[in-house]
Design a protein around this ligand. Structure first.
Ligand SMILES: [Zn+2]
Length: 95
Protein backbone atom coordinates (compact mmCIF):
# COMPACT_ATOMS: atom_id res chain seq x y z
CA UNK A 1 0.00 0.00 0.00
CA UNK A 2 1.36 3.36 -1.00
CA UNK A 3 1.98 6.00 1.62
CA UNK A 4 0.09 9.01 0.45
CA UNK A 5 1.40 12.38 1.48
CA UNK A 6 -0.52 15.59 1.78
CA UNK A 7 0.92 19.06 2.01
CA UNK A 8 -0.14 21.52 4.65
CA UNK A 9 0.93 25.12 5.13
CA UNK A 10 0.91 25.94 8.81
CA UNK A 11 1.89 29.42 9.96
CA UNK A 12 5.19 29.33 11.78
CA UNK A 13 4.75 30.01 15.48
CA UNK A 14 7.82 32.21 15.47
CA UNK A 15 7.72 34.27 12.29
CA UNK A 16 4.28 33.52 10.85
CA UNK A 17 5.69 32.31 7.57
CA UNK A 18 3.58 29.70 5.79
CA UNK A 19 5.60 26.93 4.24
CA UNK A 20 4.20 23.64 2.98
CA UNK A 21 5.24 20.55 4.92
CA UNK A 22 4.57 16.94 3.92
CA UNK A 23 2.38 14.90 6.24
CA UNK A 24 1.34 11.27 6.00
CA UNK A 25 -2.31 11.38 5.09
CA UNK A 26 -3.18 8.17 6.89
CA UNK A 27 -1.58 9.29 10.15
CA UNK A 28 -3.33 12.66 10.04
CA UNK A 29 -6.68 10.98 9.42
CA UNK A 30 -6.06 8.58 12.28
CA UNK A 31 -5.15 11.39 14.68
CA UNK A 32 -8.23 13.36 13.70
CA UNK A 33 -10.48 10.35 14.31
CA UNK A 34 -8.92 9.59 17.68
CA UNK A 35 -8.74 13.24 18.72
CA UNK A 36 -5.04 12.71 19.18
CA UNK A 37 -2.50 15.54 18.95
CA UNK A 38 -1.07 16.34 15.54
CA UNK A 39 2.44 17.71 15.56
CA UNK A 40 3.19 20.37 12.98
CA UNK A 41 6.50 22.00 12.31
CA UNK A 42 7.95 24.92 10.43
CA UNK A 43 11.04 24.31 8.30
CA UNK A 44 12.08 27.95 8.56
CA UNK A 45 12.67 27.86 12.32
CA UNK A 46 12.71 24.12 12.96
CA UNK A 47 9.85 24.69 15.40
CA UNK A 48 7.32 22.07 16.47
CA UNK A 49 3.89 22.48 18.03
CA UNK A 50 0.56 20.73 18.31
CA UNK A 51 -2.05 21.67 15.75
CA UNK A 52 -4.65 24.16 16.99
CA UNK A 53 -8.39 23.51 16.51
CA UNK A 54 -8.35 25.78 13.45
CA UNK A 55 -5.41 23.91 12.00
CA UNK A 56 -7.10 20.58 12.70
CA UNK A 57 -10.15 21.74 10.77
CA UNK A 58 -7.97 22.69 7.83
CA UNK A 59 -6.22 19.34 8.02
CA UNK A 60 -9.56 17.53 8.16
CA UNK A 61 -10.58 19.21 4.91
CA UNK A 62 -7.31 18.18 3.29
CA UNK A 63 -7.63 14.60 4.45
CA UNK A 64 -11.21 14.27 3.27
CA UNK A 65 -10.59 15.93 -0.07
CA UNK A 66 -10.75 13.39 -2.88
CA UNK A 67 -7.66 12.82 -4.90
CA UNK A 68 -8.04 14.83 -8.04
CA UNK A 69 -5.61 12.91 -10.20
CA UNK A 70 -7.40 9.61 -9.80
CA UNK A 71 -11.12 9.85 -10.38
CA UNK A 72 -11.87 6.31 -9.36
CA UNK A 73 -12.76 4.82 -6.01
CA UNK A 74 -13.76 8.05 -4.37
CA UNK A 75 -16.44 6.08 -2.53
CA UNK A 76 -16.29 2.90 -0.55
CA UNK A 77 -13.22 3.85 1.42
CA UNK A 78 -13.69 1.72 4.53
CA UNK A 79 -11.92 4.03 6.95
CA UNK A 80 -14.13 7.05 6.36
CA UNK A 81 -16.88 7.66 8.91
CA UNK A 82 -20.24 7.35 7.21
CA UNK A 83 -22.38 9.23 9.70
CA UNK A 84 -22.44 13.01 9.31
CA UNK A 85 -23.29 13.32 13.01
CA UNK A 86 -19.78 12.21 13.83
CA UNK A 87 -18.44 15.73 13.49
CA UNK A 88 -19.05 16.71 17.08
CA UNK A 89 -17.41 14.89 19.92
CA UNK A 90 -19.10 13.85 23.15
CA UNK A 91 -17.60 16.74 25.05
CA UNK A 92 -15.19 19.51 24.28
CA UNK A 93 -12.63 19.99 26.96
CA UNK A 94 -11.74 23.54 27.83
CA UNK A 95 -8.19 24.35 28.59
ZN1 LIG B 1 9.62 30.75 11.06
Amino acid sequence: MLTEMLYFEPACRICGECEAIPLIRERVAEALRRHAPIVLYSPCHDCEWEASPAERRALAELVQAPRLEEGEQLFGMPFLPLSPADATGPGSATG
